[in-house]
Structure formats: structure tokens, C-alpha cells
Design a protein around this ligand. Sequence first.
Ligand code: PAF
Length: 266
Amino acid sequence: MIVAQGIDAWLTTKRGLAGRSLGFVPTMGNLHAGHAALLARARQECDTVLLSVFVNPTQFDDPDDLARYPRTLEPDLALARSAGVDHVLLPTAAELYPDGYTYKVQESAVSTVLCGASRPGHFDGVLSVVMKLLQIAQLGGDPAAQRLYMGEKDWQQLTLVRGMVDAFFLPWTVVGCPTVREADGLAMSSRNSRLTAERRALAPLLAKTLREAPDADAARAALETAGFRVDYLEDRVLGAAPPGAMRRFAAAFLDEVRLIDNVALG
Ligand code: PAF
């Protein structure tokens, strides 16, 4: 596994990779089984697997959240090695934002609801950094051979990245991968480690309630009664999804830890 400390090191390395298919998994580190599943799928389907680790400051609407985000590079590299990753890209903020973030990618419909409504600027930051990473990662410009792997837990993020790839004719295939869950149903997330033991025991109720409640209002009431502070809970179709692709989306706090999840309806 080759670790590129900075963009230039990767740009030099990738000259030797012409003609190979590329599977790219962008992350903010603190890797868990959900990321391992993305890497495993990329490993199965592509000649070369690239992982990026970058805690992207522009997508944090709350400075405390950014400061608290776990930085765990050594265990992340160990997981990457065991997942068969070929290359790891570790860019710096100065390299990725030479313009000081005066240029950004903005979407004006899907990004305004759900997480976008309560986290202003969050999706501008996500789309901008993913756009930059896709430009830097790309090898040959053949969308069939450049595959971006992202998880369905962040369904809104996945929808927005798909939309951006289409809108800007980016030569990538976006592969959405199913949410990986703990045995008790809690969606894997780096935020889970911040839950107290008591809150961790309660957390699986989020997924269970989304699946089982008869409607969104009942789901919200059940979660609030159990002690969650619900940010949003909505049944809706997001983006250019096929008809009938109704999903139930929620974000809810346990203490200061914000959990998100979504399930298919019907
Ligand atoms: O899902 C994430 O970890 C981040 O939002 C991403 C896509 C790596 C962009 O920073």
C-alpha cells in the first residue's frame, strides 16, 4: 500500500496507473465496517483501489463538531491495508483550498431539505470537496473505469453527488452501497463511539422506529417519548429517484450526538 502525503505525491504515482480501472472511496477517516464494505466492493470491481482521508473543514457547520471529529490515522491505515487498498491519499486543507474556499459547488434544491435545512452550507462543503477529489483522483477519463463508492446511510449526500456527476458530465460511475449496521440495527457511523453506554443501548431504536412506525408523525412521537431530540423525520422522494422510491429520513440527537438514518418504504 502506497501512502501519498499530499496531492503531488499522488499525481506522480498515478502516472504509472494508466489503463487500469480505479475504485475510489473518499472518507474523513475514523474508518469502520461501513467503510470496509465500500473498500471491499471497490477491491472486487476495480484494478486499483484509492482511499482518501481528509477531515473536510468546509462541511462542518459547527466548529465544535469539527474539533471533536476523531482523527485516527494509524488504525485507519491498518484497516485500509487489510482491505487491500493500493493507494491512500492524504491531502492537506491548504492544498485542497488554494483559493480559500471562494469557489464552491452549490446545489439549490435537494441540498435545502433534511440535513441541508438544519446544517447551512454543509452540502456546499461536501460537493466542493468531492468535486476536487474526483478531479485529483481521476485516471483516464473513462466513466466505466472510474468508480466512486459511497454509502447509502448518507442518502442525501449520495443523491447530491450523483446529481453533481450528471450535471457536470464528470467521467465517473457512482456506486451506492447498502448501509452497514451493527447486530442490533444501528447504522455504522463514526459518531456512534461518542454515545455513552446508556445512549448506545437506546440508539438502535432509531432504525427500528423508522422501519416499523405506521407514518412519520408516529415515528417522531415514538422517538421523542424514548428520549431522542428529533431534528427532522420525513417521508419523501429525494432527487431524480424513480417513482415509488419513497424513503423515510431522520436525524435525531441523543445528548449532543446527531445520528442520521433512512429506510425504504413500501
Ligand atoms: O461521507 C463522508 O465521509 C464525507 O462527507 C466525504 C464524502 C468524504 C466528503 O468529505
